[in-house]
Design a protein around this ligand. Structure first.
Ligand SMILES: NC(=O)c1ccc[n+]([C@@H]2O[C@H](COP(=O)([O-])OP(=O)(O)OC[C@H]3O[C@@H](n4cnc5c(N)ncnc54)[C@H](OP(=O)(O)O)[C@@H]3O)[C@@H](O)[C@H]2O)c1
Length: 299
């Protein structure tokens, strides 16, 4: 099977490409900088840019698509321009992927489109699964537009899976190294009230679920989260224990808001999300519990 992967240079994409190549599949990386892959440096991997025409993309014979590209959501202050970059980098790239699928003939293809548990909005008390309605904040509205753009591929006969990722835990990239840093320096502690939920997943399970979604004849939303979400306080306590460092110094919400503006909500607010569909599929999580996941990462 030949699979196009956008965002293949990111945290999830790198691990996904390794897994696909190990399974003997061919990969076409879609990136802003195809030069990085020039000269067939990696057997089984071809690369192209976002300016690839629908005709030349169709000629590549791609059978499945995983669309992960997008401007990072956390880590930068949410100015008006940054919010626009977050939105545009997802909706416009998704439209381009759907154009390619249309020209390639959608029937029989699958699009696994990255999405986020931010779809559900935030709550300290509610529990969400794939049947829950969408929220009303900025991220929820971006996710709704992003998913809407992806679902257009269904009109061309493609099967579309909306992979709503929780916080993906890996050693190199994503939120975890930044969350671990204060603990390593001995100044770790609860963030904000600590009561906000964090629906997390180990990188290997995130990749495992994408691969399952490529192969299983299913479509629609799929929560890519572990079956055991935790509060931010429990997350920090577990992280401190795994790293052998104290969980003591609270990070005040006001300090984060000063640095990240509205973007601080990514850390200060959360949602308790359960992977109902993955469990219905009988997917067996390698790391269902946080402590095991963190020990595997930092061990
Ligand atoms: N990691 C998580 O915890 C998490 C949680 C929820 C949702 N998600 C979503 O899942 C997707 C993949 O996550 P990830 O953590 O692997 O992402 P990542 O490490 O930030 O990588 C995303 C990739 O997208 C491309 N990209 C970055 N900015 C872009 C822009 N402005 N326009 C077009 N492309 C851009 C880059 O690829 P090139 O440089 O090769 O173009 C980058 O390698 C993202 O859409 C993310 O929002 C991730």
């Amino acid at each position: 099977m030949k699979i196009a992967v956008t965002g293949a240079t990111g945290l999830i994409g790198r691990a996904l490409v390794d897994r696909l190549l190990a399974e003997g599949r061919e990969v076409v990386v879609v990136t802003r900088d195809p030069g990085r892959f020039a000269g067939g440096r990696r057997p089984g991997v071809a690369a192209c840019g976002w300016d690839e025409t629908p005709e030349s993309m169709a000629a590549r014979g791609i059978e499945a698509w995983v669309h992960l590209a997008g401007e990072p959501i956390a880590g930068k202050r949410w100015t008006k321009a940054q919010k626009e970059a977050i939105r545009r980098s997802r909706v416009e790239t998704t439209r381009r992927v759907v154009e390619w699928i249309e020209r390639s003939g959608g029937e029989g293809t699958v699009l696994v489109n990255a999405s986020a548990v931010g779809f559900y909005g935030t709550s300290d008390t509610a529990t969400f699964d794939e049947e829950s309605p969408g929220g009303g904040d900025f991220l929820a509205s971006v996710v709704a537009k992003w998913e809407g753009a992806a679902r257009r591929a269904e009109e061309f006969g493609a099967r579309v899976v909306l992979a709503r990722f929780g916080v993906v835990l890996g050693r190199e990239g994503g939120a975890l190294p930044r969350m671990a840093l204060p603990y390593r320096m001995g100044v770790g502690g609860p963030i904000g009230t600590g009561r906000q939920w964090i629906s997390w997943i180990h990188l290997d399970d995130a990749v495992g679920l994408i691969v399952r979604a490529l192969d299983a004849p299913v479509g629609g939303p799929l929560n890519v989260t572990s079956p055991h979400p935790v509060t931010m306080d429990e997350f920090g306590r577990t992280l401190g224990r795994v790293l052998g460092r104290p969980h003591r110094l609270r990070v005040p919400a006001a300090a984060l808001r000063m640095i990240f503006g509205e973007g601080a909500d990514v850390l200060l607010r959360g949602q308790r999300v359960l992977p109902k569909r993955a469990l219905e599929w009988g997917y067996s999580f390698q790391y269902p519990h946080l402590e095991g996941a963190l020990r595997a990462i930092f061990g």
